[in-house]
Design a protein around this ligand. Sequence first.
Ligand code: ATP
Ligand code: MG
Length: 446
Amino acid sequence: MIQIQIPEKVNKIIRTLAAAGQEAYAVGGCVRDAVLGREPADWDITTSASPKEVKALFPKTIDTGIQHGTVTVMLGREGFEVTTYRVDGVYEDCRHPKDVQFTKSLLEDLKRRDFTINAMAYNETEGLVDAFGGTEDLKQGMIRCVGDAKERFTEDALRMMRAVRFSAQLGFFLEEQTRSAIRELCGNLQKVSAERVQAELVKLLISPHPEMLKTAWETGITKVVLPEFDLCMECGQNNPHHIYSVGEHTLHALGQIRADRVLRLAVLFHDFGKPSAKTTDADGIDHFKMHPEISGRIAESILKRLKFDNETSRQVVRLVRCHDQHPALTPTGVRRAANRIGEDLFPAYLDVQRADILAQNPELQGPKLQALREVQRLYEQIIREHDCITLKQLAVGGRDLMEAGIAAGPGLGEMLRYLLELVLEDPARNEKEVLIQAALQKMQDG
Ligand code: ATP
Ligand code: MG
């Protein structure tokens, strides 16, 4: 028999409800994770008690989603969502049930849940309630809909992205009918809000198996929510540096970078400009001139379409645009690159470039990785020595130049930029006197 360690506070809520003559269970994701031996992120409770009855039993509660039957029970500073057993009404717009009805049957509540592994409940007196073979599917490593897959995806299209996301999080495969139902119904994803698509895409990308984006492609999901990726899968790269199509290269690169949201997004988009930049020379070799710039533009429009915040977009787009820069392997070369890319993103740029190289032709990786390590070494030295790499660090500002007699106006910015260039070449020049002299000299020279 499967035993689960339930946190004391969760047990306390379940026991309080039981003492009042109600049923209560831990349910959903937490039971799945506990059976897998993973630490659940949060514990949800399902109960036969109505929201009103739940509220009467606990001194402090919050009406989190009262119309859907969810009340948050506060125990100290911790909150636990307690939801009344419910059945969903008729689904509208491929996403939301028109209404929900409460029920006294746990089984009815479990039936409305998306996948067998998410449709199990547990408490200490009854043990595990697994009506749809969830434990068996956990053993098999399989994502399978509760009931008829086509019906379930027709009710709520988002479940199709959830299926692929859970498979990437858990390293599971999609059961055959679940998979073919997605193929058939993926078009309905058009009706799911950008925010929800974004959330699922990010969860998939930062999972232990971001390469399972390929499953989203195979089942037709990306064609609807990220058609730019399909173009990459169709774009071959006949070039000595590459052994994969653009899309396959991207999938491999995703597996080579740590599970950070901005980094994985940057790697996802880094070559999206290649399909439109592709040219083939007389020898049949493919080239992709200017692709980082085009990728940057495409990334920007996708991030906007999926309603990402501006700061995420700024960072991801900058990394995409810079991903293919190769600084001269000198302190000056790396200072210039650090100035262009920005101190905040330079370490991330190195990470993206490493992942990119590791997904290219293995026979040509050696010297590229060596050059990258040299850039990293030079960069660390620059940071250790506090070399000036931004206008902010320059020993003079606009005011200093005006006091030295240089006229205000657009020329002032140009002059600062010129002085910064001198300092990027030689950090020893970053002294107020030296720079003012250099500025006056430049003025004379015109
Ligand atoms: P995680 O929180 O780790 O992403 P989870 O399984 O807890 O995974 P939630 O989105 O928090 O997922 O949902 C909690 C539970 O509610 C799920 O386990 C599932 O039983 C049910 N559920 C959530 N979304 C849906 C949906 N769109 N359709 C059907 N059931 C759902
Ligand atoms: Mg959850």
